[in-house]
Write a protein that binds this ligand. Structure first.
Ligand SMILES: NC(=O)c1ccc[n+]([C@@H]2O[C@H](COP(=O)([O-])OP(=O)(O)OC[C@H]3O[C@@H](n4cnc5c(N)ncnc54)[C@H](OP(=O)(O)O)[C@@H]3O)[C@@H](O)[C@H]2O)c1
Length: 303
C-alpha cells in the first residue's frame, strides 16, 4: 500500500500507528497523510519523513473528499472519552463516533478507496451501559453498512508511553496521599499501544482480515484497584486505594465534568459496569503475542 490516510492519527494510538507505518515505509515509498484540527499538537509527527501533516476539518465533506483522493487505504481512529449527556449518546459522541464514520464511509466509497481499518472499543454494543460504548457500536454499524473492505479492531484499555490511563494514576499518586477510586472492581485487560498499532498496520495487507472484527486484549486481567496500585508503586509513590461507594463516585464524576479535561465522567463510570476483558490468553491476530504490562510500563512510569 502506497498512500494511507490516517484520520485521528495525531493522538496516542495514531502516533504509534504512524510510527509503525513510517518504519515500514522505509522499505517502500509509502506516504502517510494525517489531517488534524490542531497541527501544533501534532508537531512530533513532522519529523517523520513519510508523514504529511495537514491542518484540516475532517467533518467537512469537501475537505474529506480532497483528503481521500489518491489514497489506497484509510485508518479511522477518531475517538473521544467524554460528551454532554444525551440519549442514546451525547451530541459530541454522535459527532465524533457516528456522524464522522458516516462521512468517512461516504467519502471513501465516492473516491473508490475500498480498504478501511476502523478502531472501535471492546464491549461496544448497541445496548451497552454508556454513551461512549453505544456510540462506538453505532460507528461500527455505519462502516459495516457501507460497501467497503473493512476491518474493525476493538481494544480494551490501551497502555504505553503517553497513555492517559496509567500515566494519569502515576501523576495523581505524586500529589495525593491516598486514592479515592470509583469502580475499583471494574476489570480490564490492558493492551500495549505498539501491539494495537502493529495489528492495525498488519491488517492493511492481510486480506483474511477483510470483513472481520478483532477484540484486542493484553495477556492478563486486572481490577482497576490493582492497576492504580501498580501504577503508583512503579512510579515510586505507592498509595493506598480507597474504593468509593457508588453515590460518592457519581458525585465525584459529576464534579469532574466541570473541568476542561475531566479525568472521569459519569459516562466513564457507566462504561466500567461491563468488564473490558477478552478470554484468557495473549494471542493477538496475525500471529502476534501481546506484551505484558509489567514488561513495558516500568519503562515509562518509573521515576
Ligand atoms: N486509548 C485507549 O485506551 C482506547 C481504548 C479502546 C479504544 N480506543 C479507541 O482508539 C482510538 C484512538 O484513541 P486514542 O487513545 O489514540 O485517542 P486520542 O489520543 O484522544 O486521539 C484522538 C484523535 O482523534 C482526533 N479527534 C478527537 N475528537 C475529534 C473530533 N471531534 N473530530 C475530529 N477529530 C477528533 C484527535 O485529532 P486532533 O489532532 O484533530 O485533535 C486525535 O487525533 C479511538 O477511537 C478510541 O475510542 C482507545
Amino acid at each position: 500500500m502506497k498512500n494511507i490516510l490516517v484520520i485521528g492519527g495525531s493522538g496516542f494510538l495514531g502516533s504509534a500507528t504512524i510510527g509503525e507505518l513510517a518504519r515500514r515505509a522505509r522499505y517502500t515509498d509509502a506516504c502517510v497523510s494525517v489531517p488534524t484540527r490542531r497541527p501544533e499538537r501534532a508537531r512530533h509527527l513532522l519529523v517523520i519523513p513519510a508523514v504529511r501533516l495537514i491542518a484540516a476539518d475532517v467533518h467537512d465533506p469537501l475537505v474529506l473528499a480532497g483528503l481521500m483522493r489518491g489514497q489506497d487505504a484509510v485508518i479511522s481512529l477518531v475517538g473521544i472519552l467524554g460528551s454532554a449527556e444525551g440519549e442514546p449518546y451525547g451530541k459530541d459522541f454522535a459527532r465524533a463516533h457516528v456522524e464522522l464514520p458516516r462521512k468517512i464511509a461516504a467519502a471513501a466509497t465516492q473516491a473508490g478507496v475500498r480498504r478501511v481499518v476502523h478502531v472501535s472499543a471492546l464491549q461496544a454494543v448497541a445496548d451497552a451501559p454508556s454513551g461512549y460504548l453505544r456510540s462506538k457500536a453505532a460507528g461500527e454499524a455505519v462502516f459495516r453498512a457501507a460497501e467497503l473492505d473493512l476491518t474493525i479492531f476493538r481494544p480494551s484499555v490501551i497502555f504505553g508511553q503517553g497513555d492517559s490511563f496509567l500515566t494519569l494514576f502515576a501523576g495523581l499518586a505524586k500529589i495525593a496521599p491516598f486514592f479515592p477510586l470509583a469502580s475499583p472492581t471494574a476489570r480490564f485487560a490492558p493492551v500495549w499501544v505498539d501491539d494495537v498499532a502493529n495489528c492495525v498496520v498488519d491488517s492493511l495487507t492481510a486480506i483474511e482480515s477483510i470483513g472481520k472484527s478483532y477484540n484486542l486484549c493484553g495477556p492478563q486481567q486486572y481490577s482497576l484497584r490493582e492497576l492504580v496500585q501498580y501504577a503508583s508503586a512503579v512510579s515510586g509513590h505507592p498509595r493506598m486505594v480507597v474504593g468509593l461507594p457508588d453515590p460518592i463516585a457519581w458525585l465525584q464524576a459529576w464534579i469532574m465534568e466541570f473541568l476542561p479535561e475531566p479525568p472521569m465522567t459519569r459516562d466513564n463510570l457507566r462504561s466500567m459496569r461491563v468488564d473490558s476483558v477478552c478470554g484468557e490468553g495473549s494471542m493477538l491476530p496475525f500471529g502476534r503475542k501481546a506484551a505484558a504490562l509489567e514488561a513495558i510500563a516500568p519503562g515509562y512510569l518509573a521515576p
